[in-house]
Design a protein around this ligand. Structure first.
Ligand SMILES: C[S@@+](CC[C@H](N)C(=O)[O-])C[C@H]1O[C@@H](n2cnc3c(N)ncnc32)[C@H](O)[C@@H]1O
Length: 288
């Protein structure tokens, strides 16, 4: 059972993804760490073997998920619905910096992660110089139900008058079932207090991840994080129902390929192993 604080063992995976984003020009080199480069070279033989046999690659999956989330977030901001973003488990993702560079004062971007990773991110951002708009990194433990590291403490520092998007990327498969349900309930409750509430995430479905590479990658990642990995829902309809049960008014699980024509790489091998959650809350509810 994962308890608050215990999931710090997941943090090394953020170095791998941070290296992938930088390698593909999605973010600055400051987010690519030495650990990330070592992990990338470590996985390279497995990915090369899969590619050689026409199979999926982790990079195809990661780039598709990242770009689709970027796309949906861009739409929400340019439509005026969202004016602030809370990205949980942000790791070494370049999204906060990139969006603040693009949108300046039109958005407030809050990145959050466990204290050690949050501190590391603050240092990377400091090396890059001032951000072009409101942008900060906070310590949040997504499993904490109360206290200074909780989601509700972070929400209390947001502007209640502006639409809010909450993002989790690369996190959900590491959470045990009860942790995921509790997190979705807290996010739905929190986003429901803002004029517009949007939740974006990636999610892996059991029925789309049953091949040999998925099993090998799952085992490898489980060994790296010294814990289990979960595909919480078998089908998209199961996940959509779980999101509605958690308190979202609407929930859709997009396939990256649905965005072909608008986003590069969404048809790459591996991209069909991930879904993108877009869930919304209804009219704002009064604070409890
Ligand atoms: C695979 S990385 C993803 C990082 C980033 N979102 C990305 O896609 O590049 C997983 C992240 O989850 C963070 N994490 C793990 N457990 C957490 C928790 N209980 N609360 C907040 N963040 C957590 C880790 O520190 C790490 O940064």
């Amino acid at each position: 059972m994962t308890s608050p604080g215990d999931s710090a063992r997941i943090s090394p995976t953020a170095h791998y993804t941070g290296y992938v984003w930088a390698r593909h020009g999605l973010g600055a080199r400051e987010f690519a760490t030495r650990q990330g480069r070592l992990a990338w070279y470590g996985l390279r033989p497995l990915m090369a073997a899969s590619r050689a046999f026409g199979g999926p690659t982790l990079e195809g999956l990661l780039l598709a998920r990242h770009r689709v989330i970027d796309h949906l977030l861009t739409e929400a901001i340019t439509s005026g619905r969202v004016g602030q973003v809370l990205e949980l488990a942000a790791g070494m993702s370049p999204r906060g910096r990139s969006f603040v560079t693009r949108f300046g004062d039109r958005i407030t971007y809050v990145e959050a992660d466990l204290p050690g990773m949050a501190e590391r991110k603050r240092r990377a951002l400091a090396r890059m110089g001032p951000s072009a708009g409101p942008h900060r990194v906070e310590s949040v433990d997504v499993l904490a139900e109360s206290g200074p590291l909780s989601l509700s403490a972070a929400a209390g520092r947001l502007d209640p008058e502006r639409g809010l998007a909450v993002i989790t990327e690369g996190l959900l498969s590491y959470l045990p079932p009860a942790g995921l349900t509790g997190l979705w309930e807290r996010i739905a409750g929190l986003t429901g207090r803002f004029p517009h509430g949007l939740y974006l995430s990636d999610l892996h479905l059991g029925q789309e991840n049953s091949g040999p590479l998925e099993s090998a990658t799952k085992k490898l990642l489980a060994a790296v994080v010294r814990g289990r990995l979960y595909f919480h829902h078998g089908r998209a309809s199961d996940a959509e129902a779980a999101l509605r049960a958690a308190g979202f008014a609407t929930a859709t699980l997009h396939r990256p390929v649905d965005f072909r024509g608008g986003i590069p790489g969404v048809g790459a091998p591996g991209a069909d192993r991930v879904r993108i959650v877009e869930a919304r809350t209804g009219e704002p509810r009064p604070c409890a």
